[in-house]
Design a protein around this ligand. Structure first.
Ligand SMILES: [Zn+2]
Length: 413
């Protein structure tokens, strides 16, 4: 077909970057950041704009019960399962131009370029805008059937109930189960996203082939000592909870730095009674640990528990670990990683494999479909901030990898 073949097809970079700038105008803050909280007026305005663009592309538009916007570019084989891409357009209270929005807009650009070249893939391509990624992830969780049954769980900080929120975006809480998807209708999901971390930039790589989204465990650690007079209690007779907690912080850091790709953090600590003249009697602290391998996390936690006991003995305290979050890792399928890597090679782009240490809608889709993710560099690794930046050139490179990857995956077997 003409001089353009599927193998050398590229996206229209100016058009892509223009669409990123246009969407960023909705909810723009004086400091250049973007505020489009899910279900807000700005979110709804942005959702309307995406639907208008989908209509211009003559996509079949479905708003499911979770308010997810699904734009379908029908393939040659309409009964074959679809290939899906997309991300979110809601933001944190002061977000940037790229987190989520980039993946949705690159997906639309891929469809635009296929359509203007009159190319249909065997499989239908779906471009999905997931509802409320930055908060509850209710959109992607409705697809994977992991929505919590109690609507109170989803009440907004401003008091609005989830029923009202979903109605605002065309969804319906009572029919949420209708939003479920499975491998028979989505055979693969590929999310393009900014890295939101410094790895690609520091390695000088253009593209990240994501190996999976790390599993995450979170615990409350309580340290029980005994509060007593800071003047009259001899050093050797103290049960100082903060001294024990300090050793726990160092231990967690040591575990984070031991061989492997894990990260481990104590990010929150409270001391009681928190007075200058009292030996601390009680400490509550958090532990967050993440890795791509659940087994590896298990073995690190086992080591941690052994050392916690030692600290408890030497400091005369009791240390308890209570689990408050357990997310399993979501691994990217190796055939999708290969398709992404091959696309990079075709486009002469440098790449590396890396885990995603942030949550994404892709982790839910991995439960019902084959999943892959493509990362582009984030300047200084910054995200969830007005200064979040990925250059126009880098945005174009990532979108071209998405285009080539979807073409590879769009062939029905
Ligand atoms: Zn995101």
């Amino acid at each position: 077909m003409k001089s353009i073949t599927i193998a050398n097809l590229t996206i229209n970079g100016d058009r892509l970057n223009q669409s990123i700038a246009t969407l960023a105008n909705i909810g723009q803050l004086p400091n250049g950041g973007v505020k489009r909280i899910a279900y807000s007026q700005e979110d709804i305005e942005a959702r309307n704009l995406i639907q208008q663009w989908m209509r211009e592309l003559e996509l079949e538009i479905i708003i499911d019960a979770a308010g997810n916007i699904i734009g379908r570019y029908t393939g040659k084989n309409p009964v074959a399962s679809a290939i899906a891409t997309g991300s979110h357009i809601d933001t944190v209270p002061c977000g940037g131009h790229y987190d989520g929005a980039y993946g949705v807009l690159a997906g639309l650009e891929v469809v635009r370029v296929l359509q203007e070249n009159q190319i249909k893939l065997d499989r239908t391509i779906e471009v999905i805008v997931f509802t409320d990624e930055e908060g509850s992830m209710i959109g992607s969780k409705a697809m994977s059937d992991r929505v919590v049954g109690d609507p109170e769980y989803y009440r907004r900080p401003d008091g609005t109930d989830i029923q009202t929120c979903l109605e605002r975006v065309g969804g319906n809480w009572d029919k949420l189960t209708q939003a479920r998807r499975n491998l028979n209708d989505i055979s693969a999901f590929v999310e393009l996203h900014v890295e939101q971390g410094p790895v690609l930039e520091s390695m000088g790589k253009q593209i990240g082939v994501v190996e999976g989204i790390v599993g995450q465990r979170r615990f409350n650690i309580t340290v029980k000592g005994s509060a007593n007079h800071a003047g009259t209690t001899p050093m050797q007779m103290r049960c100082d909870a903060l001294v024990a907690a300090s050793q726990v912080v160092l231990l967690v850091n040591q575990i984070g730095n031991s061989p492997g790709q894990q990260v481990a953090t104590v990010g929150k600590i409270e001391v009681f009674p928190n007075a200058a003249n009292v030996v601390p009697g009680w400490v509550e602290m958090s532990l967050d640990i993440r890795d791509l391998s659940s087994l590896h996390i298990d073995s690190l936690l086992k080591q941690l528990r052994v050392h916690l006991e030692e600290i408890a003995v030497t400091t005369n305290t009791q240390i308890r670990l209570n689990s408050c979050l357990h997310n399993e890792p979501a691994l990217a399928e190796s055939y999708i990683q290969k398709a992404i890597a091959l696309s990079c090679e075709n486009l002469n782009l440098s790449y590396t494999h890396l885990p995603s240490r942030a949550s994404h809608d892709a982790q839910e889709l991995a439960l019902i479909s084959d999943m892959g993710m493509i990362f582009v560099p984030s300047k200084m690794g910054v995200s969830h901030d007005a200064s979040e930046y990925t250059s126009p050139e880098q945005c174009i490179q990532g979108a071209n990898v998405l285009l080539q990857t979807l073409i590879r995956l769009g062939k029905s077997k």
